[in-house]
Design a protein around this ligand. Structure first.
Ligand SMILES: [Zn+2]
Length: 363
């Protein structure tokens, strides 16, 4: 295996850093797709395999709770066990799709620190059992707090994570909009743009401890709004990279940047952001809509089958239409089609580092 190929499956630690270095050097990025169940997880892995691309499977706290089941009485426990269950599902299946998968959790604000700590308890146990962490990286989003608290808490948790080959994602500046109750619609305008000095502080505190990625705000907003509402300024990312590079004499684009609220963004701005070291672009709103549109279209086109088991006039049985495998599959297929577009926008099509079965046999 050359240094630029990885074993298919969930990757972490050095392999994760190899993958994101390949993204930055190759001028491409990976979609981080929010999932809520096996349908969306499998659609993401299928789309990645179809596009010969690696991918990031991501769970918000609400997505994790949904994975465990909305009816589970203890919602905190559901957020923890749902994430664990989803991660184990991906660990079992990812290698059979023949691609590399990064497992990530999404925004955890101050009140969700116990969620991350509980996931680390499970992650440590999983590491003992398998030699791998359960998740590749967790996101801690303390961007609404004072920066000193944000960074010291991130450092505290990163110290725990590095022992099990994990990375952390932090946020500086505030992503507009709201996702899963995290974030705010009413934020000072200057907070929507990360300060380069804050990125430098993060680099100086965290990089000696372990690997971190950084969600920097450059006018990005969660959700999709009317055109004109959002003024993306990717040059903010460039300024942060330049400050770290010049202060610490690093190579170009030292920060591993994450683009939140990528849904609905202008393609040219996406491309520009990738050029400034963005290796991960979160996508949720657009894939949610795709799933709904695909399954919705199937329902509208076969309306009678969703009202009658058997046609009331001519007795036609509708089982092959209301079978959940039909309309859920229509949702999956539409989500896969939307991800084809995401891989194209992010230029990651055909770039999987996973060694292929045929290459293994030839070696
Ligand atoms: Zn986000």
């Amino acid at each position: 295996m050359s240094s630029m190929s990885l074993k298919p499956g969930v990757i972490s630690g050095n392999d994760y850093q190899t993958l994101l270095a390949a993204c930055k050097d190759g001028g491409y990025a990976l979609p981080a797709v929010n999932v809520v169940g096996t349908d969306s997880i499998n659609a993401v892995m299928e789309a990645a395999a179809k596009n010969n691309a690696d991918v990031i499977v991501q769970l918000s706290n609400g997505g994790a709770q949904f994975y465990a089941g909305k009816g589970m009485p203890d919602s905190f426990e559901a957020k923890v066990l749902g994430a664990v269950s989803a991660a184990r599902h991906v660990h079992l299946l990812a290698e059979h799709y023949g691609i590399c998968v990064v497992l990530h959790t999404d925004h955890a604000d101050k009140k969700l620190i116990p969620w991350i700590e509980a996931l680390l308890d499970h992650g440590e146990a999983f590491y003992k059992e398998t030699g791998k962490p359960l998740f590749t990286s967790h996101m801690l989003d303390l961007s609404a707090e004072e920066i000193d608290f944000n960074l010291s808490e991130s450092a505290r948790l990163l110290k725990r994570m590095v022992k099990i080959d994990m990375s952390i994602e932090i946020e500086l500046g505030v992503t507009g909009g709201e996702e899963d109750g995290v974030g705010s619609d009413e934020v000072d305008n200057d907070k929507l743009y990360t300060q380069p000095e804050d990125c430098l502080k993060a680099w100086e505190l965290l990089s000696p401890i372990g690997h971190f990625s950084l969600a920097a705000s450059f006018g990005n907003v969660h959700g999709v709004y009317k055109p004109g509402n959002v003024q993306l300024r990717p040059e903010i990312l460039q300024a942060s990279q330049a400050l770290v590079q010049s202060t610490h004499n690093t190579g170009a684009n030292p920060l591993d940047l994450v683009f939140h609220g990528g849904s609905g963004s202008e393609k040219a701005k996406i491309e520009e952001a990738i050029g400034y070291g963005v290796f991960k672009m979160n996508i949720d709103t657009d894939t949610q809509f795709a799933f709904a549109e695909g399954s919705g279209k199937f329902v509208f086109e076969n309306e009678k089958a969703f009202k009658h088991q058997i046609d009331p006039e001519d007795g036609t049985p509708y089982k092959k239409f209301y079978d959940p495998r039909k309309w859920l599959r229509a949702g999956e297929e539409a989500m896969i089609a939307r991800l084809d577009e995401a891989f194209t926008d992010l230029k990651s099509t055909g770039k999987s580092l996973a060694v292929k079965k045929s290459e293994e046999l030839a070696a």
